[in-house]
Design a protein around this ligand. Structure first.
Ligand code: PLP
Length: 483
């Protein structure tokens, strides 16, 4: 790239030669970054306001050359970023901006397709259906589940719950809404106390109010108590409340516990409730035939959300929603003003009909690249390795009397705490909190925390493609050294 800063002209796009030079410089940065993400602290030392204070109060009047923009990127952005692509990233759920996914994102940006209609994005629309069909078979799900992509699991769950509400056809919610209608009963959605807050957010958004969610107790392994669910449904019916849906979680956020989906599905069928399975993170584990027993019964769900952007190496954002009766989703959302009618009419899929957003990014491209580049064997090998590493770490915790696990480790997340023999619950909580702070201060690893039945625990979640046994071993060394 030329070193002489020159302002871009006032009209027209960046010339091709300049784009190529800047493009190669960007690719070089990405390649270096992916080869050495650990040259950065995983958790930066940035204080609130640091980044904003380093930026000018307004945009430049004269356009600036890419050299200057990239220099500021180098100076300000990576050093002040939490590095989710760092192999020591063990917080929340580990994710991966993989190389094939990144390349697809660049092409997606270049095409800049808005796949609201088949006509406005034929390849984007059809590739989405095809890749979700591939994903569905990779996960061992039946072919009668129809898939589409949303930005996040929160959106997918909102769409599923809107469909659950729409499935109560006699209420005519689409036509009449809910407010000011004394003839409409209160509607209830059930989930466990461990379910993700996106369930409440969906219910809130749909106008059912926070009291529209009833959270049920869990057993000793943090799985929804089906007998309690059955009792709650009967109790609510007796009180004139209408049960409309259950959200079962396969891989809860806190501990990756797995609800007993089959008996929940049977209850839903008997009671005419919609079953939505939240497998946002856990779903990826179903690529492993040896783990399929954990997913028993999820194939009976009315809808399932699974995020390829969590544990399936696809850059954020990409959330797959599988629905058994897509016509109900369409009934909940479809509106076709004159300017969006097309000659193909109903003969094609128009993605705008399946959710709140009209405009749709071409997200299927990155999923297609990821599925093709790694192949099912490559995806299975990587997920299997993550599960092995989590079990290895869990074994180290179990073997050390100073530590204990707070929950089973069915997938790739270990929840543990420091509790030396004789320590009280309170001192175990306090020393585990201190341990987490010290670990994260190293800049080598980043873990997050949770509470399990009131007790404070550290979460080590393995999900980045670059995390190897050496990184997990190092995390355990640090835990032992810093306790
Ligand atoms: N469901 C579960 C089980 C999750 O763990 C999460 C996030 O971690 C979500 C839903 C929300 O995911 P998203 O950020 O894609 O909305």
């Amino acid at each position: 790239m030329s070193d002489t800063p020159a302002s871009p002209p006032l009209l027209g796009e960046m010339p091709g030669a300049e784009f190529r030079a800047a493009g190669y410089a960007v690719i070089e940065r990405i390649a270096e970054y992916l080869e050495q993400p650990q040259r950065w602290r995983v958790l930066p030392e940035t204080r609130p306001g640091d980044v904003a204070a380093a930026l000018p109060p307004g945009p430049p009047e004269q356009g600036e050359p890419m050299t200057r923009i990239l220099a500021d990127y180098d100076r300000l952005i990576p050093p002040n970023t939490t590095h989710w692509n760092h192999p020591g990233f063990f917080a929340y759920f580990g994710i991966t901006g993989s190389a094939p996914g990144i390349l697809a994102e660049a092409l997606t940006a270049a095409l800049n397709v808005n796949a609201m209609l088949w006509r406005s994005g034929p390849a984007a629309t059809e590739l989405e259906q095809v890749t979700l069909g591939w994903l569905r078979s990779l996960l061992g799900l039946p072919a009668d589940l129809d898939g589409h992509i949303n930005d996040t699991a929160s959106s997918s769950t909102l769409v599923a719950l809107a469909a659950a509400r729409e499935a109560q056809a006699d209420l005519r919610v689409r036509e009449e809404g809910l407010a000011g209608r004394p003839e409409v009963p209160r509607l209830r959605v059930y989930c466990s106390e461990e379910a993700h807050s996106s369930v409440d957010k969906g219910v809130l958004t749909l106008g059912l109010g926070l009291s529209g969610v009833r959270r049920l107790p869990t057993d000793s392994e943090l799985r929804l108590d089906v007998a309690a669910l059955e009792r709650a449904v009967a109790e609510d019916r007796a009180a004139g409340i209408r049960p409309i849906a259950v959200v079962a979680t396969v891989g809860t956020t806190s501990t990756t516990s797995i609800d007993p989906v089959r008996p929940i599905a049977e209850l839903c069928r008997r009671e005419g409730m919609w079953l939505h399975v939240d497998a946002a993170y856990g779903g990826a584990g179903a690529v492993l035939p040896e783990l399929r027993h954990l997913y028993d019964g999820w194939e009976l769900a009315d809808s399932i959300v699974m995020n390829p952007h969590k544990w399936l190496f696809t850059p954020i954002d990409c959330s797959a929603l599988f629905v058994r009766r897509p016509e109900i989703v369409k009934r909940a959302f479809s509106l076709v003003p004159e300017y969006l009618t097309t000659p193909q009419g109903d003969a094609v899929r128009n993605l705008m009909d399946y959710g709140v957003a009209l405009g749709r990014r071409f997200r299927a491209l990155k999923l297609w690249f990821v599925l093709r580049y790694y192949g099912s064997l490559g995806l299975q090998a990587r997920i299997r390795e993550h599960v092995r590493l989590a079990r290895l770490f869990a074994g180290w915790v179990d073997a050390d009397p100073r530590f204990e696990r707070l929950a089973p480790t069915p997938l790739s997340t270990v929840v543990f705490r420091h509790r030396p023999p004789g320590a009280s619950e309170e001192s175990a909580d306090a020393s585990s909190m201190r341990l987490l702070e010290r670990l994260n201060a190293t800049g080598e690893v980043f873990l997050s925390h949770t509470r399990v039945k009131g007790r404070y625990g550290l979460r080590l979640a393995i999900g980045n493609i670059r995390t190897t046994e050496a990184h997990v071993t190092r995390a355990w060394e640090l835990v032992q050294a810093l306790v």
